[in-house]
Design a protein. Structure first.
Ligand SMILES: Cc1cc2nc3c(=O)[nH]c(=O)nc-3n(C[C@H](O)[C@H](O)[C@H](O)COP(=O)(O)OP(=O)(O)OC[C@H]3O[C@@H](n4cnc5c(N)ncnc54)[C@H](O)[C@@H]3O)c2cc1C
Length: 505
């Protein structure tokens, strides 16, 4: 049977699934094509052996509540209510722990901070209030499609941008400047303005560099802290009943109920272009599928240079696309234990000082695995999951495959220094290297965000200056994944904004 589709969406990551749902809800006949055997992208669950099933990449996630409401996802089992805030527990060198819940009134948090500094405990409620306001501003920015500067359409772009400006102004004089200043600050500068206790500064700084190839002294850490705070709703990873994969499962179920189709094991080899217009795709199997509208949730570099090809694009655009900074430096080590690992619930951070974080980052600058890495650790029953930074994609010497067991030992030894029972409890180990992120999850250079969230690659410069509204030089081809404005992390904003732009035409 030869079915025709109004739109093809490449990839079944959560952003693609959100975009496809909005299009299907508007009555479009949509086909989602995913190269892996499972939908969900970075949210898809994986099994490494008997009793060893995990959310392999992302420890905790929330979809934007407005998307949950728009797409009636509660009907398919996704709760729009924010989960109760879980603690971020900073592991201190002397065996002490700093217990942090992003709530200015949480008694355990205030007592824990007070043990280090009475002044910092007094400041904590103001800090949380400021961060919540900053995150709300970023949230509004991610809701707003960016104009393709220097082109500015007063009718289309003027009102949304004026609203965003007004959101910023409404923060009040002090907080407005506070947010603007924070965006470009390093984590060292930013946390020193708030706190005197080094372990507290480092615990906050760790969230600022989490997932990014940035050190505690790099400019732009303030932006990434606000970005991560927005996505997490604070410092700790949000916990969703059923795990992060539930988001992808629910989006897939909702799409099918709206008449959309998802094909897994269907890798797009080429986006077909006819006179600068997208006309469909060709799969690696050789099959071609026609559609006048193609959205891609694969990263911009892969989409434009890999699937479209440089010959179809203006030379200057090709050069700019080649220059998008993709710099993955994250690895993951999962441990199946007998349950007697001794870790408490919550998000554990091994980030003793800001200097420690900066030294960990130094290694990445020189293409080396950090010898003393920053770790963020979560556990789910018998499984312990360790996020390791920095593990740069481009190693100066040797190959990643030769470093796998070294990485695993390093992560386990570093964590076991806090939890003596951990080593004896381990039954199986499964690690994910930056090269695995590229080979299995199609993340160019292992970059989780489809392009670093650095100051020159955000807002109207994401993915490229002049191309920030999901369009590309190919008519009918749109970008809807994390590499565009609103993307990076789980929220669905990039997918929703892309679909709305497509529907507006
Ligand atoms: C270890 C780790 C920790 C993270 N922690 C954080 C965090 O704390 N905070 C934060 O903000 N973000 C974090 N992230 C990033 C976050 O997970 C991503 O930004 C988000 O999941 C991207 O979703 P997406 O839908 O845009 O793309 P993806 O989930 O990457 O989906 C893209 C899909 O496209 C498919 N695809 C690619 N090419 C093709 C093709 N040719 N044909 C068909 N299909 C194709 C891929 O297989 C994939 O399924 C983390 C990521 C990792 C890996």
């Amino acid at each position: 049977m030869n079915t025709t589709f109004d739109a093809i969406v490449i990839g079944a990551g959560h952003n693609s699934l959100v975009a496809a749902n909005y299009l299907a809800k508007a009555g479009r006949k949509v086909l989602v094509l995913e190269r892996r055997d499972i939908a969900g992208g970075q949210l898809a669950r994986a099994s490494f052996g008997e009793g060893f099933s995990v959310d392999p990449l992302y420890a905790g996630a929330l979809l934007r509540p407005d998307i949950v409401a728009d797409l009636s996802l509660a009907k398919y089992g996704l709760d729009a209510k924010p989960a109760a805030k879980s603690p971020c527990i900073a592991l201190l060198p002397d065996g002490q722990r700093l217990h942090l819940v992003a709530d200015g009134k949480d008694a355990a948090t205030l007592a824990s901070i007070r043990a280090l500094s009475a002044k910092d405990a007094q400041t904590w409620p103001d800090f949380v209030a400021f961060m919540d306001k900053a995150a709300a501003f970023l949230d509004a920015a991610y809701r707003t499609s960016m104009p393709r500067l220097p082109h500015f359409d007063l009718r289309k772009d003027g009102l949304p941008l004026a609203k965003l400006g007004w959101t910023l102004r409404r923060l009040g004089g002090r907080d407005m400047f506070g947010v603007i200043r924070a965006l470009s600050m390093s984590m060292v500068e930013f946390t020193e303005e708030w706190f005197e206790s080094e372990p507290l500064r480092a615990a906050v700084a760790a969230v600022g560099i989490h997932g990014h190839t940035l050190g505690a002294m790099s400019a732009g850490g303030g932006f990434t802290l606000i970005h991560n705070w927005r996505n997490r709703g604070g410092l700790a990873q949000p916990q969703l009943a059923g795990g992060s994969a539930r988001i992808a499962d629910v989006l897939a179920a909702a799409l099918k109920a709206r008449g959309g189709e998802i094909r897994t094991g269907a890798e797009v080899a080429k986006i077909l272009v006819n006179h600068q217009r997208a006309s469909g795709v060709r799969l690696t199997s050789g099959e071609t599928i026609d559609a006048a509208t193609v959205l891609s949730g694969a990263d911009p570099r892969r989409t434009l240079l890999g699937l479209v090809g440089a010959v179809e694009l203006p030379p200057e655009f090709v050069w700019a696309t080649q220059s998008i900074k993709m710099r993955g430096s994250v690895a993951k080590v999962h441990l199946l234990t007998d349950g007697r690992h001794g870790l408490p619930a919550g998000t554990l951070a091994h980030a003793p000082t800001c200097k420690y974080l900066e030294h960990a980052f130094d290694a990445a600058k020189y293409g080396e695995l950090s010898t003393a890495p920053y770790l963020e650790v979560t556990s789910d029953g018998n499984v312990v999951s360790i996020h390791v930074q920095f593990a740069p994609y481009a190693l100066r010497c040797g190959t990643w495959e030769n470093q796998r067991s070294h990485l695993e030992t390093l992560a386990i030894d570093t964590l076991a220094a806090h939890f003596p029972a951990l080593k004896d409890s381990i039954r199986q180990i499964a690690s994910i290297l930056p090269t695995d992120l590229e080979a299995t999850w199609s993340l160019t250079e292992g970059d989780l965000h489809h392009g670093q969230l650095q100051l020159d690659q955000i807002f109207f410069m994401r993915p490229l200056p002049g191309w920030s509204n999901h369009r590309t030089p190919i008519d009918g081809l749109w970008l809807c994944g994390s590499g565009v404005h609103g993307g990076g992390g789980i929220s669905g904003a990039a997918g929703r904004n892309a679909a709305r732009t497509v529907l507006r035409g």
